[in-house]
Design a protein around this ligand. Structure first.
Ligand SMILES: C[S@@+](CC[C@H](N)C(=O)[O-])C[C@H]1O[C@@H](n2cnc3c(N)ncnc32)[C@H](O)[C@@H]1O
Length: 175
C-alpha cells in the first residue's frame, strides 16, 4: 500500500500535460473532467498558475481566470485571462468576488501556497451551485483545518467517493 502510494507520489512529480510539467495526478484531471461534464461552468478560477499546464487543460473546457504571484511564460491559450498578483491582497479578493458574481456557474480551484487560508477566504463568495476544490488533501490541508468554513458556508462534499477511489489529491464541495 505504501509502495503504491509512493509510486503515485512519484507519478505526481513526473506528470505532464501536452508535454508541460503539471502539478497534478492523472486522477485529478479525471475528477476535473467529470466535474466539467456535470457542472458545465461558465468560469473556472485557478489560484496558482505555475507553468500553466493545468490552465491549458482547463481552457479546453471553457473560460479560465488564473493567477500567480510569479510571472512565467505559460504560452498562449484562448479562453485564458492570466493575472499576476497576490491572492491575499484586498484588490485581488475584490476582483475575484466580482467575477464570481458575474458568472452563473463557477468551478474554483485552490492550488496556491496556502490552501487553508485560500479556502477560508474565498468559500464565502461562492453562489449556490458553484464548486470549490482544494489540492494536496491530507497533505497540506485537512478536514480539521476547514470544517468550520464547510459548515458555516453550507458546503456539501462533491465527488469525494470517486476522489478516494482513484487516489486523487483533490477534494471538492458544492455550495
Ligand atoms: C502548486 S503551484 C500551482 C500548480 C498548477 N496549478 C498546476 O497544476 O500545474 C502553486 C503556485 O502558487 C503560486 N503562489 C504562491 N503563493 C501565492 C500567492 N499568495 N498569490 C498568488 N500565487 C501564489 C506559486 O508561485 C506557484 O506557482
Amino acid at each position: 500500500m505504501i509502495t503504491g502510494y509512493m509510486e503515485e507520489m512519484d507519478h505526481t512529480l513526473n506528470s505532464t500535460f501536452a508535454g508541460q510539467e503539471i502539478a497534478q495526478r492523472w486522477s485529478d484531471l479525471f475528477i476535473f473532467e467529470r466535474t466539467f461534464q456535470e457542472i458545465k461552468p461558465d468560469l473556472i478560477i485557478e489560484l496558482g498558475t505555475y507553468l500553466g499546464a493545468l490552465t491549458h487543460f482547463f481552457s479546453l473546457h471553457g473560460k479560465v481566470w488564473t493567477i500567480d504571484n510569479m510571472k512565467r511564460d505559460i504560452g498562449n491559450y484562448t479562453n485564458v485571462k492570466y493575472n499576476i498578483g497576490d491572492v491575499f491582497s484586498t484588490k485581488i479578493e475584490n476582483t475575484i468576488a466580482g467575477i464570481i458574481l458575474d458568472h452563473s456557474k463557477v468551478v474554483f480551484f485552490c492550488d496556491n501556497g496556502n490552501k487553508i487560508e485560500e479556502f477560508k477566504l474565498y468559500a464565502k463568495y461562492l453562489k449556490k451551485g458553484d464548486v470549490i476544490f482544494v489540492h494536496d488533501w491530507n497533505n497540506e490541508i485537512m478536514l480539521k483545518d476547514i470544517e468550520y468554513t464547510i459548515e458555516v458556508e453550507n458546503l456539501t462534499p462533491y465527488l469525494h467517493e470517486l476522489s478516494i477511489k482513484y487516489n486523487s489529491l483533490l477534494r471538492g464541495w458544492i455550495k
